[in-house]
Design a protein around this ligand. Structure first.
Ligand SMILES: [Zn+2]
Length: 593
């Protein structure tokens, strides 16, 4: 047999040599010949030297110098001389180069898997031809699914959290080794029953860091009663802030007034505000404010300020305490609307026109009109807020409208009259809304009639600081606040109840930060003695999870790494265009590139 060539550019396993090479601008075709004198029968494991025949097998390999590499393997078939063996003839195996029946070499397979782990299958399919490889998305997904799970390791400090497979519908659990920062497993559910079997295979766990989900708490106490549970400090503070926000919703009249900068101006000024709002927390604050100003209807009233506040304060506390969380939220929302209703009436009685009232308190004229024309406060109809999914009343008339529109009839009142004759029972405003959209597609018309009057520059408006913004002021350390925020805080603290809650909130955050577990009991007692419904509810929550919260006040472990992995998982899901099944997601999470 002739001496086979070997090349540093194309390393081959022992017993293989390079034959002929064909080269085109994009591809290298290399003949690879096996030189092993014998082969091992896969049926019985006995070596045979009796060659039956030879055939060619095409295998793709890793690219070389930007060219695709195709190996043309000359493989032999052997007779198995072992009589009882069911294999009479077998093909020689080349396990170091390629797996039986595979179309890609081992090393190309590994590279494709690495690409598949780092990018989505669709992206990989488009990317690989540029790298001198080729793979179809479904094939790559099949390769990824063959990656075995990592070997079981010992865990001492476990981080556990849930993640959404389909938000609002299906949730899973992620388990992290906090000491190494490596993900351990993904589970298909977030119930105690789903987590317990996994926990029972790791009796060596000593510390479990978790958020405040009761399912995980229950699972750990049942399976690992010896383990210390640590509640996550971030979630504790967030939980406190949620309760503070509810409390401040009730105390809206005690919140300071702030200049209401229009959104357009605000976005234009972000650069300029950069210095004042340089730290992260104030950015969070200003962002919260921006969101609030879009969504929240806040009272600008001077008339209802300060003195009239007690309407929703101390007297109602026992009543509030009996309500569930949802009922309390509903009640707060109704109180807000009622305050605005009264404000509208007061302004109306002062002789102010509806248009002016609407402008003054940032409310639509329609609602002002509705308030003023109602004899009593118009309550929300049950089930309101849920948009009806019925078909629009306008739908049967759209074809006719379109025809008339195209014929040049663009006057809403005319069209309204016409379709009414055809049986339309909806409102003119609905029609006006639809025509308004159609009108935007018309070419601009020159304005008729007298020129517009020049508008006066709007005077700076004021609104109350939102409860969300104010709740941040209560938990952030004073040193992190801007000067304006400090003034706002001082203004809030003029109210005795707010001051007491502020002091307690600051103490709680400090206690967590500086790990003063011994101060927890006294804090809980004082917070309860305050008789603020929301704070009492927070204290009750802590009492239910006392040991874990106490551990949070002393432990060095935090669930930050777990939260980070949940974020990474969300990224991986989006990278796969949100179509990741759990098995694939698990492979991608556990085998990070
Ligand atoms: Zn055999």
């Amino acid at each position: 047999m002739m001496a086979m060539e070997r090349s540093p550019f194309l390393p081959l396993p022992q017993g293989m040599g390079i034959g002929q090479i064909e080269m085109t601008p994009t591809q290298l075709t290399v003949e690879v010949i096996s030189t092993q004198p014998s082969a091992c029968c896969p049926g019985c494991g006995i070596h045979s030297e009796s060659v039956h025949c030879q055939y060619q097998r095409t295998v793709h390999d890793v690219p070389c110098g930007g060219r695709k590499v195709v190996l043309r393997l000359c493989v032999r078939k052997f007779f198995c001389r072992n009589a009882p063996c069911p294999c009479k003839v077998f093909a020689e195996r080349l396990p170091d180069l390629v797996q039986p029946w595979a179309r890609v070499s081992n090393r190309l397979l590994e590279e494709l898997k690495a690409i598949g782990l780092a990018a989505s299958a669709e992206v990989s399919e488009r990317l690989t031809p540029r790298l001198g490889m080729k793979v179809k998305a479904p094939t790559l997904l099949r390769y990824l699914r063959t990656i075995p799970p990592p070997a079981k390791t010992n865990v001492t400090v476990l981080g556990i959290d849930d993640f959404a497979l389909r938000p609002g519908d299906t949730y899973g659990t992620i388990l992290i080794n906090i000491e190494t920062g490596k993900p351990l497993d993904l589970l298909p559910d977030r119930t105690a029953e789903a987590v317990m079997p996994w926990l029972s295979t790791h009796p060596e766990i000593q510390v479990v860091s978790r958020d405040r989900a009761s399912a995980f708490a229950e699972a750990v106490s049942r399976v690992l009663p010896h383990a210390t549970q640590v509640a996550d400090r971030y979630h504790l503070v967030q939980n406190l802030r949620d309760h503070l926000q509810q409390f401040l919703d009730r105390k809206r009249t005690c919140l300071p007034e702030v200049e209401d900068i229009p959104l357009t101006e605000r976005s234009g000024n972000t650069q300029g505000l950069g210095d004042a709002h340089s730290d992260q927390t104030s950015t969070v604050l200003s962002r919260a404010e921006a969101v609030d100003s879009q969504t929240e209807e806040t009272s600008q009233s001077e008339a209802l300020g300060g003195a009239e506040a007690p309407k929703t304060t101390m007297k109602q506390e026992p009543e509030l305490a009996c309500l569930t969380y949802a009922e309390r939220k509903k009640k707060i929302s109704r109180d807000k609307r009622y305050a605005r209703y009264e404000h509208v009436l007061a302004l109306h009685q002062a002789g102010i026109g509806q248009r002016a009232i609407a402008r003054e308190i940032h409310m639509s004229r329609r609602i002002v009109h509705r308030y003023l024309s109602a004899e009593i406060f118009p309550e929300r109809a049950p089930g309101s807020g849920v948009r009806s999914r019925g078909r629009s009343k306008l739908a049967p008339h759209l074809a006719y409208l379109q025809e008339r529109w195209n014929a040049g009839e663009h006057t809403c009142s005319h069209l309204f009259r016409e379709i009414k004759q055809h049986g339309y029972s909806g409102s003119e405003s609905l029609l006006r809304h639809v025509l308004g959209e159609w009108r935007t597609e018309l070419p601009p018309q020159p304005r008729q009639g007298p020129p517009r009057k020049q508008r006066l520059a709007p005077k700076p408006r004021k609104r109350r600081l939102s409860s969300r913004g104010a709740s941040f002021l209560m938990i952030l350390p004073p040193s992190k606040l801007t000067k304006v925020q400090q003034q706002q805080g001082a203004q809030m603290n003029r109210n005795e109840e707010l001051r007491a809650v502020y002091t307690l909130s600051q103490e709680f955050v400090r206690m967590l930060k500086e790990r003063h577990a011994e101060a927890l009991d006294s804090w809980l007692k004082r917070a309860k003695a305050c008789h603020v419904t929301e704070l009492t509810s927070f204290v009750n929550g802590i009492r239910r999870d006392y040991a874990a919260v106490r551990a949070a006040c002393s432990s060095e472990w935090s669930n930050g790494i777990t939260e980070g992995h949940v974020n990474r998982l969300k990224f991986l899901k989006r990278q796969m265009f949100g179509r990741a099944h759990l098995d694939l997601l698990r492979v991608k999470v556990l085998h990070a590139v």
